[in-house]
Write a protein that binds this ligand. Sequence first.
Ligand SMILES: [Zn+2]
Length: 420
Amino acid sequence: MFALAGTVVDSRGAIQDHAVVVDGNVISAVLPVGELESLGVDEVYGGKGYLVMPGLINAHTHVAMAKFRGLGENLPTEQWLEEIIWPMEREWKPKEIRRWALLGMAEALANGSTTINDHYFFAEEIAEVARKLGIRAFIGQTVMDEVDFPLARPEEGFRFFKRWWRKDELVTPTLAPHATNTVSYELMVELGEAARDCGARVHMHVSQSQTEVKEVKKRYGVLPIELLQRAGLLNSLFIGVHGIYMSGKEKELYARSGATLVHCPTSNLMLEGRTADVGSLHTLGVNLALGNDSPNPTGILDMFAEMRAALLASGMTSNKRIHSREALNMATIGGARALGMEAGVLREGALADLVLLKADKPWFLPEEGANVVGSARGSDVSVVVVNGEVVYRDGLFTRLGKTLDEIWAEGKSFKTGQEI
Ligand SMILES: [Zn+2]
């Protein structure tokens, strides 16, 4: 039993001089620091000048794409994908992807993400890396059948899913169709049935470009969200990503379905120059989560920066701006709900996925904890707890026995295309 102490912050507010007690893999209590002594905890991390928060849930990532960071800047989605990304992705080798997945995941974890929801090829390799690092990971093997892409064969998606379903405490497989214009209707129906059979999540890009909307309209005579409903995919197990080009009718349909929309403002602004209308979606009651998408094109795997981007971008796309509390909610409770986890909030019984921030810095003044979304950054994170285990502490990834500096140095010496 151990505790994290300081100002305790979640999307409900902040309380000073409190501690979050961890017993096994859950939070056993949240209480005033003065009451810790009587509990006989083994160790207390933090104290005055620290913030304790729920671990951030990075609800849409492609961590291995750290390899492509910075490439294809300012291109619209389809051109970026077809001219820059897909040609390079066809060259991936399994051992190489392990290295880049580790770099991406280490970056996300060190910046306070305790959970990632990843969508990529070589899911098997990515799952193994997650297990070694100790991050909680929902992982889907990307599948497409409307594009000739050998790495995205549907059979491999189902194979990976079956191999990992209910096999590991930290890794949960998802079903991961690429997008509404790159996956056939028949495959969507098959994936929807498979998901409903066992309660698995379906993780999919939706309405992310005008080309996607046009292609779906031309092929099926309906809009992407209507197509998802027709295919039986649109329900509370569905995690759609982006939703930039949803019509008013589609937004209402989405809200009624109970599906989650993952907002990725940084990526959306870089590729499309606009984002989903989160203000309206929030008002309609859609469960909203938040994700970094790939480090290319966003440049970061830092959910603090993403929360800030969500806050800033909300005034651009919608006349209903969101509050910083909602941005924090998306990065915590919204993500947890999307993935079916009892997490994202600091209360007894919730999963002990936590972060401790060193907040004795000018940018937290005048009142630490009052403005986390506006002030905090990933580099303020000092301790990360996943499933009740300290997996990162002051720069050291405890399971790997390596520091952030060592992982960075190894990544720097690694040449693109080299196998390890
Ligand atoms: Zn994506």
